[in-house]
Write a protein that binds this ligand. Structure first.
Ligand SMILES: *Cc1c(COP(=O)(O)O)cnc(C)c1O
Length: 405
């Protein structure tokens, strides 16, 4: 079923050809409810009329011009994005890993300049949190503090990264020393298991990092663009970031990433320091503009919060003994299953069973995982209650199936 695509994804045996809102249709016409939205990318769902209109209009005008020049839509999108996120400047790229690469380079240069000014030790270390995920390039893998992402096969990894455990107050002094140029973290860890950070701890950690003269880089690649119920997740944490990275939902499905800078992080990059051929092309910016416009509509983000709470409550009401934890914020949701007490063996088993368990018009439900024990939902932010209820009914059927998965 993977055709001739290199087998690095282990794709599931379905071939989709059409999407509509929160529904996907495969090549034989079977319909599936979408609780994945392309891993948190299709925030407006599939074929959203505003996105289609914006893209169609832009395709007819221009798709790409290079960063030798500016485009009207590129300037408009950057202004709007910076206004809504309270940041000063933006570098556009094409993915989350690229956005984080830009942030890492920016932090290294910032640290280098600082250590030259002070004559003190090299300031090049970047601190990240255990179970984080920051991307698949060699630098962002080094930033990703999970052993399973560091097989010997791809070594050597980029040096200069240090890990802190979430909720560890005792190591602030030793971890955040004067060699640290940045502290980089996700407000809700995505691939690492949908883990929320204790606001008190992350505030204290940021304070310790700032005291050491480090920049705060918030990786909002997954949490950003309304996913957790606010445009940025960091808004609710009482932390002022120096750098914010975005991707996934930013342009509703058009490959786009962004590295936003504020305050003293803003002047670090000068002409020639960092570039991307495709970055911020007019097509991506037109899509991003349409996404921002939709998210700005009254009630859009409030509904994300309400629907997220609704889903988590419903799962709780099932009272299934093998669901050991329900977590998340907004429409970024995870729950843990354990492989005993008549429950499913792994989240992967649940994922596959959902694809084959139909209700009414639907052949199945698309869900994703975050590690072997966590089932993860990242539905389109526009999903409606009826679709949520049907999807949850499919999930409940799968989890209470008499035949153990
Ligand atoms: C998905 C993700 C990335 C990597 O994004 P790509 O577009 O796949 O490169 C980085 N950070 C976080 C938090 C992510 O969820």
């Amino acid at each position: 079923m993977t055709g001739k695509i290199i087998n690095n994804y282990g794709s599931l045996p379905i071939v989709f050809s059409q999407g509509n809102g929160s529904v996907l249709t495969d090549i034989s016409g079977k319909k599936y409810l979408d609780f994945v939205s392309g891993i948190g990318v299709n925030c407006l769902g599939h074929n959203h009329p505003a996105l289609v209109a914006a893209l169609t209009e832009q395709v007819a005008k221009q798709i790409h011009i290079s960063n030798y020049y500016n485009s009207d839509v590129g300037l408009a999108f950057s202004n709007e994005l910076l206004k809504l996120t309270s940041m000063d400047r933006v570098f556009f790229c094409n993915s989350g890993a690229e956005a984080n690469e830009a942030a890492i380079k920016l932090a290294r240069k910032y640290g280098h300049t600082e250590s030259q000014k002070t004559g003190k030790a090299e300031k090049k270390t970047i601190v990240t949190i255990e179970k984080s995920f920051h991307g698949r390039t060699l630098a962002t893998l080094a930033a990703t503090a999970q052993d399973k992402f560091h097989p010997e096969a791809f070594a050597p990894y980029l040096p200069g990264f240090r890990t802190i455990a979430a909720n560890d107050y005792d190591s602030f002094e030793t971890i955040f020393d004067e060699t640290v140029c940045a502290f980089m973290f996700e407000c809700v860890q995505g691939e690492g298991g949908v883990n929320l950070l204790d606001p008190k701890w992350i505030q204290a950690a940021c304070k310790a990092a700032k005291k050491a003269g480090a920049l705060l880089i918030v990786d909002e690649v997954q949490t950003g663009m309304g996913r957790t119920g606010t445009l940025l997740a960091v808004e609710t944490l009482g932390i002022t970031p120096d750098v914010v990275t975005l991707a996934k939902g930013i342009a509703g499905g058009v490959p786009t990433g962004a590295c936003l800078a504020r305050g003293e992080a803003t002047p670090v990059f000068i002409a020639g320091d960092h570039q991307s051929t495709f970055g911020g092309n007019p097509l991506a910016c037109a899509a991003g503009m349409a996404v921002l416009k939709e998210m700005n509509k009254p009630g859009f983000l409030e509904t994300v919060t309400k629907n997220g709470d609704y889903i988590r409550n419903k799962i709780g009401e099932w009272n299934l003994p093998f669901i050991t934890s329900i977590r998340g914020k907004g429409l970024m949701i995870g729950f843990d299953i354990i492989g005993t007490a008549g429950g499913p063996a792994t989240a992967g088993h649940v994922q596959r069973a959902c694809l084959e368990t139909g209700i009414g018009d639907f052949t199945g439900l698309c869900v994703t995982t975050a590690g072997p024990q966590t089932v993860r939902f990242l539905p389109p932010l526009i999903i409606n209650r009826e679709q949520i209820d049907t999807g949850l009914e499919i999930m409940h059927t799968v989890l209470t199936n008499k035949n153990p998965l």
